[in-house]
Design a binder for this molecule. Sequence first.
Ligand code: GDP
Ligand code: IMO
Ligand code: MG
Length: 427
Amino acid sequence: MPALVLLGAQWGDEGKGKATDLLGGSVDYVVRYQGGNNAGHTVVVGDQKYALHLLPSGILSPDCVPVIGNGVVVDPAVLLSELRGLEERGVDTSKLLLSGNAHLITPYHTTMDKVSERFLGKRKIGTTGRGIGPTYADKINRVGIRVQDLFDESILAQKVEAALDQKNQILAKLYNRRAIAAEQVVEELLGYADKLRGYVCDTTLVLNDALDEDKVVLFEGGQGTLLDVDHGTYPFVTSSNPTAGGACTGSGVGPTRIGRVIGILKAYTTRVGAGPFPTELFDEDGEKLRAIGGERGVTTGRDRRCGWFDAVIARYATRVNGLTDFFLTKLDVLTGWERIPVCVAYEIDGRRVDELPYSQTDFHHAKPVYEMLPGWSEDLSGAKTFEDLPKNARDYVKALEEMSGAPVSAIGVGPGRDETIQINPFL
Ligand code: GDP
Ligand code: IMO
Ligand code: MG
């Protein structure tokens, strides 16, 4: 069975955690391939709510092996505390596999993230402050620390010293901050070695062997397409590749082994942090979406910026990810509007534009061109089949599907595992 990728089609928080968890019972492996604990994936199982940051959402399914791939950046303190938190709630975490090639977020990366944001002032990105950008920067700069370095004290010390030689200059001279002592960082990191050792392995080998044995492997993206460092709204992006190609580089599984790419798409749009957002609402509709949709960040607690559905973005996500399906989430949140605006194109400096402009300047000038779709007043949460939805909700889904370029194969009508309408099976 070829592997599946499940990723965010917008700016994150589309409901990836719920969608992954839904499939968790039927897949053998769930793999995070990029990002780190900047992610916040909420999973609701019965009356239990879980907020996962670093662990793949498959960890909540007893027979599924959760994997943290080489493309992820791992804050060991966060990982251990997340594992402890789940164990205290009776979740078996012993099957976790952690790539020895994943890079570590150290205290100096988190410090650099925070001070550089402060330095940017009103030009800041609005990062989660979790050290993500600086850790990926070190990886690309070839001065990063990897999980496997925890098991060789001398190499670890050399690498930390080399990294800090440079960073301490920056911290002291540019940011007016105290230097960070290498020995202290090494000591802290060594303290994690024994606690993590049992999870660490060659995840690339494990995943390729699993695929050879016809096991089902699901890749769970963090963030979303428009936050991708290559394909997103740069520079207001995260520092990794949540798009489909990232699943390959972030796991060591080749593209020929992936058969399906599912884009998780919210029935409206949200964004956290700075950056352009053409359909953003600043009125009571925006407030209403935020209140009904519970649009508050799982990681930072920040209010999410809210706006109407943007079909230009959905089409773009189909294109850059090669999407085969959409999972449309939070349709239930749109109950209660008489008419629902949907952005079908942009007006940029007097021109109509149907595709996402590659130019940052153009995108900053993009004004949404709206089409009005009729709303509905019925509560959708009990709907089990597509036919259970009121006609206007069905028409809304069909219209979005047509505009977005891939079939809507599942619809979320509530946060719970069973509050899903499956139209085409994913497996
Ligand atoms: P992720 O980062 O993509 O996993 O998404 P988040 O967990 O950050 O945000 C999605 C939120 O929407 C969570 O609170 C989910 O429990 C909730 N959610 C997911 N799907 C649905 C849905 O279909 N309807 C409703 N009402 N809530 C949903
Ligand atoms: P999930 O997986 C929404 C945003 C931050 C900021 C930008 C860069 O829950 O969808 P970073 O800390 O990554 O350097 O911040 O990216 N961001 C997210 N927004 N959902 C997320 O994750 C995000 N992870 C990062 O708000 O604008
Ligand atoms: Mg989230």
